[in-house]
Ligand binder design. Structure first.
Ligand code: ADP
Ligand code: MG
Length: 559
């Protein structure tokens, strides 16, 4: 028998894991079952490319057995198993995911519905067990191995005998303590509930020996206890189920199970379309920014299934860039199984689905803006930039879709408002939608240029992000109203009388103005009398189409 210590990082991580990653102890079962399901999937995918292997679906299953007397819970699978090396690599180092390596190595890069990829799930077992024993035999080896660990210290490995490939994991369930109970994880009903809750859609049967009281066959009056092996999960994927039978929690569980994120989704959408094209889809808007969102590693896309079988892990064509934060999947019977990436892009069905989903996402966001303002503002703070870039990119071809969804900080409301809301508050005589640009709300409020507009009682939108003004230039007009920067030459506010007054003042002081122009020559184009100043002696005005702020951005751009 060999004894090994966990690597140092592993030890620390393991302690952290056991104590904090999972909020509920019960999820250990979800993790072990998804590993078992992954292990069976691996045989399935290998069989696709290896003629010597056949995959008879009925031979594959997962079995969960509880033994109250021994205080053991056993999870058995007929999956691919592990060699000694794999055991050491996969279970000896935390955050080492064999499943991820397998994904990276296999040629059919997208052909997996494999849940694992973070390399921490297995250790969840230590939340409920003080000893974990793994018996495993790889499909590729005649040797079987026994791996055993009591948690943070290390593990032992020794040879063992086992028939057929697969893995058996035995948990010695902890004794109850004063604050924690563990007995529940040996109770048939509780286990059944946990499996239903987290693993119902697993595509392989999860079996349990279920003991029930039934009327006797020869005497209906009397009850007898019968134990029978039953399949506990429905194997129907959640997206095929009827929306009305599902609760918010079911969608949240699925989100976590699928590893779309570690947060809770802000919104979920369950879309079932039965028209010219048929498909089911579950989409999520995450609550927080995905951890790798702003890195090159981030790939947008939805999982694409053809009739329940995953054909692509990240189908980018299903989402425009401005919705790249959306997570989820699409399943359609109308797609061919061996569709390739290149074919997908031109595929009419995929384009139809994309259009349809796009509309649905937009409508959901609009609904949220209208009925669930608080959450919408949260959403916009996290992903609003994306929408603004969406308006600006592709020569503004998506501006119609997106402009209603934008929010900008309002001088009047002191909070973000939509363009619609701005327009609805505009007084009759207001010609333009006014905006002011600056680094922060604070600084914009101090701009002399805002005074005249604010004095007129008009609302100003504050643009604090560089993309804001670019996006607005792209929109150009909203509801027939033009946008106008408060620092632009013509604010459309001065009336005829004051215009005349201005001209007169300029004439009267011609000498002074000429002198100023001379002194400032090369720095400014013109010096004029301004009617917009209240408490400031002077202000700078942009000449023409773009504001001073925008000029700054443009001058910083590489040629
Ligand atoms: P993940 O599933 O995220 O990769 P886990 O900690 O759940 O991480 O599992 C670590 C690795 O151990 C898996 O990637 C897989 O290679 C291996 N493994 C775990 N359970 C099994 C099993 N039942 N059968 C075969 N391999 C397994
Ligand atoms: Mg796992």
């Amino acid at each position: 028998m060999e004894k090994r210590e966990f690597q140092a990082e592993s030890k620390r991580l393991l302690e952290m894991m056991i104590n904090s990653i999972y909020s509920k102890k019960e999820v250990f079962l979800r993790e072990l079952i998804s590993n078992a399901s992954d292990a069976i999937d691996k045989i399935y995918y290998r069989a696709l490319s290896d003629d010597s292997l056949t995959f008879e679906k009925d031979q594959y299953y997962i079995k969960v057995e509880a033994d109250k007397d021994q205080r053991t819970l056993t999870i058995r699978d007929t999956g691919i198993g592990m060699t000694k090396e794999e055991l050491e690599n996969n279970l000896g180092t935390i955050a080492e995911s064999g499943t991820l390596n397998f994904k990276n190595e296999t040629e059919i890069e997208d052909g997996h519905d494999i849940i694992g990829q973070f390399g921490v799930g297995f250790y969840a077992a230590f939340m409920v067990a003080d000893v974990v024993t793994v018996y495993t035999k790889s499909l590729e080896s005649d040797k079987a191995w026994k791996w055993q660990s009591e948690g943070t210290e290390g593990y032992t490995i020794e040879e063992y005998t086992k028939e057929g490939p697969g893995t058996v994991i035995v948990l010695n369930i902890k004794e109850n303590t004063e604050d924690e109970t563990y007995d529940e994880f040996l109770e048939q009903h509780r286990l059944q509930d946990i499996i239903k809750k987290y693993s119902d859609f697993i595509r392989y049967p999860i079996k349990m020996d279920i003991t029930e009281e039934r009327p006797k066959e020869d005497n209906e009056e009397e009850l007898e206890k019968v134990t029978e092996e039953q399949v506990v999960n429905s194997m129907v994927p959640i997206w095929k189920k009827n929306k009305n039978e599902l609760a918010k929690e079911d969608y949240e569980n699925f989100y976590n199970e699928k590893r779309y994120g570690f947060d809770k989704p802000l919104k979920h959408m369950h879309i079932q379309v039965d028209g010219t094209i048929r498909f089911d889809s579950i989409l999520y808007i995450p609550e927080s920014i995905p951890f790798d969102y702003y890195t090159q590693d981030y790939e947008k896309g939805l999982e694409l299934y053809s009739n329940g079988v995953l054909i692509m892990h990240k189908c980018a064509d299903l989402l425009p860039d401005y919705f790249s934060f959306v997570k989820g999947l699409v399943d359609s019977e109308d797609l061919s199984l061996n569709i390739s990436r290149e074919m997908l892009q031109q595929d009419r069905q995929v384009r139809l689905i994309q259009k349809n989903l796009n509309k649905k996402i937009k409508n959901e966001l609009k609904k949220m803006l209208k009925n669930d303002r608080e959450n919408y503002e949260k959403f916009f703070e996290t992903f609003g930039r994306q929408l603004k870039f969406g308006v600006y990119n592709n020569f503004g071809q998506d501006k119609e879709t997106l402009q209603d969804l934008l929010l900008f900080y309002s001088s009047k409301e002191k909070k973000p408002v939509s363009l619609d809301e701005y327009i609805s508050r505009m007084p009759e005589d207001q010609k333009y939608i006014y905006y002011a640009t600056g680094d922060s709300i604070d600084r914009i409020e101090k701009l002399p240029q805002t005074e005249l507009v604010l004095d007129k009682g008009y609302e100003i939108l504050y643009f604090t992000e560089e993309v804001d003004e670019f996006a607005i230039k792209m929109i150009n007009m909203y509801n027939d109203k033009e946008f106008r920067s408060v620092s632009s030459g013509d604010l459309g506010i001065e009336d005829e009388e004051s215009k005349e007054e201005t001209e007169n003042e300029e004439k009267e002081n011609k000498e002074l103005f000429d002198k100023m122009k001379e002194v400032l020559s090369g720095k400014v184009k013109d010096v004029k009398v301004s009617k917009r100043l209240k408490s400031h002696p002077v202000c700078l005005t942009a000449d023409g189409e773009i504001s001073i702020e925008m000029e700054k951005v443009i001058s910083q751009m590489p040629d």
